[in-house]
Design a protein around this ligand. Structure first.
Ligand SMILES: [Ca+2]
Ligand SMILES: [Ca+2]
Ligand SMILES: [Ca+2]
Length: 463
């Protein structure tokens, strides 16, 4: 996959013991509460192409543990909640690495979307890839964390020769072929045990408005957008080559107002520099902030194309979990993080923001965990009484280790040592499940993530 073809999106305006133990347990419950939580503040996506020539190309990162850890940490600093990765057949050639990467993202609340970049849709070829590279892979992974969350279709009929040489009527036909491709992908996922896998698509900002497309009338156009809203969960509008808020909103406004699904806005990181769309990197980030402020909940995030250029231009994030600034990374720092947890804007190091994202979440806890280490934490698990032990297990299940969660083996080994049998654990677990939701839909979502992970680690089925 190359990174340069995306210039076409812009062509012509085209885009984280008793008293002492009680405190500790309370902390673990907070850890539990954050597992799987999405970030309400900055929501950024990025296209991670194969890019073999770049250290952060998908073909170099996935399978290389230090690189994976580094990049996932960066995602936290950058507010990335979705990654669209061109991983090809990696799920077949190296399923272990593919699964580990997906789980590492999942543990941080980042979605893993399998990216397919295509100019001219070939229904047979795409169906084959979706089946062998995504559906078969997902079905083979018992741990839901290891599965792909979505398929991300970057299909560009407007970059094809047939588009260039075609009439407006021909182009309209190409868009109906595109619609049928989305519909076929949805049906294929639904018919093969992958109905939970969502589909997102990239669209230029001008399909709704360009005279180069022979829509019969506005109703014809509206019907096409209604039609693609059925198979698709969301679209990213590629707002390329537009340097002001008004130029971008004029391009994406109709879709934001009318598309029945998520809408995100894509910005081209390759358009940064003197004489380019954005004077510098900071200007592009400001535009992203301005767009989020302008649209609020009407959009679900800003996406950056491509990730490799973003990593080249973004200042390297620095990480420190010494929230108390005393030179030690210890329990006092953990408590500082706990107090600050949930801050979405304006957070400082003292609040528990380890990665400079101005927010305090699981990514910051992961930095603390990495800099503090695990042995001291594991030592506490031998002491508590059964009920408390359950909470410890629950907390540990959600504890981000260097490679995501603690291993199932370590949790099961801890369970062996406890006086609490599986049946009681299960009952307490079910009681806990009945107790939710506690404070609304956000917690409900967190709760379901907790249920899934806890069951999985204890080899239970979430009924
Ligand atoms: Ca538009
Ligand atoms: Ca400290
Ligand atoms: Ca942070």
């Amino acid at each position: 996959m190359n990174d340069t073809k995306h210039q076409l999106w812009g062509r012509g305006g085209w885009q984280s013991v008793r008293r002492g133990a009680t405190k500790f347990l309370a902390s673990l419950l907070i850890v539990l509460a954050i597992c799987g939580s999405a970030f309400a503040q900055t929501q950024r996506g990025t296209w991670m192409w194969g890019s073999a020539s770049h250290p952060y190309g998908a073909s170099n990162v996935i399978g290389d543990l230090p690189l994976e850890d580094e990049l996932v940490s960066y995602f936290g600093a950058w507010g990335v909640d979705r990654v669209y990765a061109s991983v090809g057949s990696l799920g077949i050639s190296d399923p272990t690495s593919m699964a580990r990467w997906n789980a590492a993202l999942d543990d941080m609340g980042v979605e893993s979307q399998k990216l397919h970049g295509i100019v001219t849709p070939n229904p047979v070829s795409l169906a084959n890839k979706i089946q062998t590279q995504l559906i078969d892979f997902n079905v083979s992974r018992a741990d839901p964390r290891e599965r792909f969350d979505a398929v991300h279709l970057d299909i560009e009929p407007h970059a094809s020769a047939a588009w260039d040489s075609g009439t407006p009527a021909d182009r309209r036909n190409l868009l109906f072929d595109l619609r049928d491709t989305y519909v076929a992908a949805r049906a294929q996922l639904d018919d093969n045990g992958a109905s939970e896998v969502r589909i997102y698509a990239d669209l230029p900002v001008w399909y709704d408005s360009s005279a180069s497309i022979g829509w019969l009338d506005t109703a014809d156009r509206d019907q096409w957008f209604d039609d693609i809203g059925v198979p698709l969960d969301g679209i990213t509008m590629m707002a390329f080559e537009r340097d002001t808020l008004s130029k971008i909103t004029s391009g994406v406004g109709w879709e934001v107002a009318n598309f029945d699904g998520e809408v995100r806005i894509g910005l081209n990181v390759n358009e940064v520099g003197p004489g380019e769309t954005f004077e510098d990197f900071a200007a592009m980030l400001t535009m992203a902030d301005d767009l989020e402020a302008f649209y609020g909940a009407s959009i679900t995030g800003i996406d950056f194309q491509p990730m490799t250029t973003y990593t080249d231009l973004s200042p390297t994030p620095t990480f420190s979990a010494d929230f108390t600034s005393d030179g030690n990374i210890d329990g006092a720092d953990f408590l500082a993080w706990q107090k600050g947890y949930g801050l979405e804007v304006g957070a400082t190091l003292a609040d528990g923001d380890a990665n400079g994202s101005s927010s305090v979440n699981v990514f910051d806890l992961a930095v603390w965990k990495q800099q503090f280490g695990t042995p001291a934490l594991l030592g506490v698990t031998a002491i508590p009484e059964p009920n408390s032990w359950v909470l410890v297990v629950v907390g540990l299940c959600c504890w981000p280790s260097g490679r995501g969660l603690l291993s199932r083996e370590s949790v099961l080994a801890a369970q062996e040592k406890s006086t609490c049998g599986v049946n009681k654990l299960q009952k307490l677990f079910v009681d806990h499940k009945k107790a939710g939701p506690i404070h609304g839909p956000g917690l409900q979502k967190i709760h379901s993530h907790y249920v899934r992970r806890y069951c999985n680690l204890l080899r239970m089925s979430p009924q």
